[in-house]
Design a protein around this ligand. Structure first.
Ligand code: HAM
Length: 409
């Protein structure tokens, strides 16, 4: 029969890889929870409208990367491609605007995008993300950015750069889009066809192009950062001052575009040159209109998400010590007695395992050593030979006495 493999762009997390992920999760929790962020998890699928409305009709995510399906009752559901719109949905659904603001949450979940798979880019991937809802204070933006910088530092991520920009308010951006559109149309003959086609849909994407002709035009293009209204400019200046106060280095990148439509004001992206083409480790920004767009009260928000696989790639897998094994029970055909001893040892709080594969006693002793067991109990009739594998000392004990002896050891 033909073999069935995991779908393209997905991967298994095997036990030896799970340890590194657990370590990353612990590092994240120890950083985020004391800073006031509580864990949230939302469903793996949502109403498709949440993402078409939230992420934006014209984005690559909505246009070609969503796994959408009919739920059988004529409703369209989508495997979540990102976590910000779902968190905003949950904020509204649970009336969290009545809680003290800002409401700060984090998540560590898997997300789904039908992208072309390559190193660091998968169809099911994991993100660690935070969202802070209900405050437009620039200190919330700065806090979020500093937290991600600190996390990447604690994980040992190599070659990290932070790029920062402001996308202003929707009104400023609309006026700027018109200005940029007019500029692009005036230089249409020098633009790549793909860019020319998208002038009306999303002129900002022209800054992303690798085409030399387009790049030459874009070097002369008007910049949104030069068009900020005074309150947006003031907000951006405050975020920058706070980052400087925290000693976090950044580069202003007026061409930073994020591929999601909900952003307003601050946007940022962390890259690592330890990664290849997919150099984005994490990114985010402010989304002051999103909650309202999803039918909730007008609520500012800011957050980020970082790819777990990319953080592990850029940081190298952390060394993780296995849980030390207190006892290995070796036996030949004394399954019942061995099982009773292991059960009793575990009930007493010891880490215990028993032989489960019918190996010879000699091989069982080697297995106990390979597992790093502190003691091995060799069942021999009613008596137990209890050997300390560190010292080699051996004593004989009654089976009922073994656990007490180990607990006292
Ligand atoms: P995003 O930039 O689309 O933002 O994704 C955040 C991070 O997820 C990326 O920097 C990357 O590390 C990782 N990532 C994205 N797509 C893939 C993929 N196909 N395979 C592996 N890793 C991937 C968001 O998702 C926003 N929700 C972030 C945010 C939160 N903004 C505000 N709050």
């Amino acid at each position: 029969m033909s073999r069935i493999e995991a779908p393209r762009g997905t991967f298994d997390i095997l036990p030896e890889q799970a340890a590194a992920r657990a370590a990353l999760e612990r590092t994240a929790r120890e950083l985020l929870e004391p800073a006031g962020y509580g864990r949230i998890e939302t469903p793996a699928f949502e109403a498709t409208d949440l993402f078409t409305r939230g992420v934006g009709e014209a984005t690559d995510i909505v246009q070609k990367e969503m796994y959408s399906f009919d739920d059988g009752g004529g409703r369209s559901l989508t495997l979540r491609p990102e976590g910000t719109a779902p968190v905003c949905r949950a904020y509204v659904e649970h009336g969290m605007h009545k809680l003290p603001q800002p409401v700060r949450v984090y998540y560590l979940s898997s997300f789904f995008r039908a992208e072309r798979p390559q190193k660091g880019r998968y169809r099911q991937f994991w993100q660690l993300g935070i969202e802070a809802l209900g405050s437009d204070d620039p200190a919330v933006d700065a806090e979020a950015i500093v937290l991600l910088a600190t996390l990447l530092d604690r994980l040992g991520t190599q070659g990290v750069r932070l790029r920062l920009s402001s996308l202003a308010s929707p009104a400023t951006r609309a006026a700027y889009h018109d200005e940029l559109g007019a500029f692009l149309r005036a230089h249409a003959d020098r633009l790549a066809p793909a860019v020319r086609e998208r002038i009306e849909l999303n002129p900002l994407r022209a800054f992303d192009s690798d085409d030399p002709g387009t790049r030459a035009v874009m070097a002369e293009a008007p910049r949104l950062l030069d068009r900020l209204e005074p309150d947006d400019a003031e907000h951006f200046a405050a975020v920058r001052a706070l980052l400087e106060c925290a000693g976090v280095a950044y580069e202003i990148d007026p061409t930073l575009v994020r591929g999601i439509d909900y952003y307003t004001r601050t946007v940022f992206e962390f890259t690592s040159d330890a990664l290849g083409a997919q150099s984005g480790v994490g990114g985010g920004g402010r989304y002051d209109g999103l909650v309202e767009m999803l039918g909730g009260p007008s609520t500012p928000g800011v957050g980020w998400a970082a790819g777990v696989e990319r953080m592990l790639l850029a940081a190298g897998e952390p060394a993780v010590d296995p849980i030390p094994l207190d006892l290995f029970v070796a036996h030949e055909d004394a399954r019942l007695e061995a099982f009773a001893l292991v059960t009793e040892a575990r009930a007493a709080g010891l880490a215990a395992q028993m032989e489960l594969a019918g190996r010879s006693l000699k091989t069982q002793l080697k297995t106990a050593e390979r597992l790093g067991a502190r003691h091995v109990a060799i069942l021999d009739g009613d008596a137990v030979r209890l050997r300390d594998l560190r010292t080699g000392a051996e004593q004989t004990a009654a089976r009922e006495a073994v656990v007490d002896l180990l607990v006292a050891a």
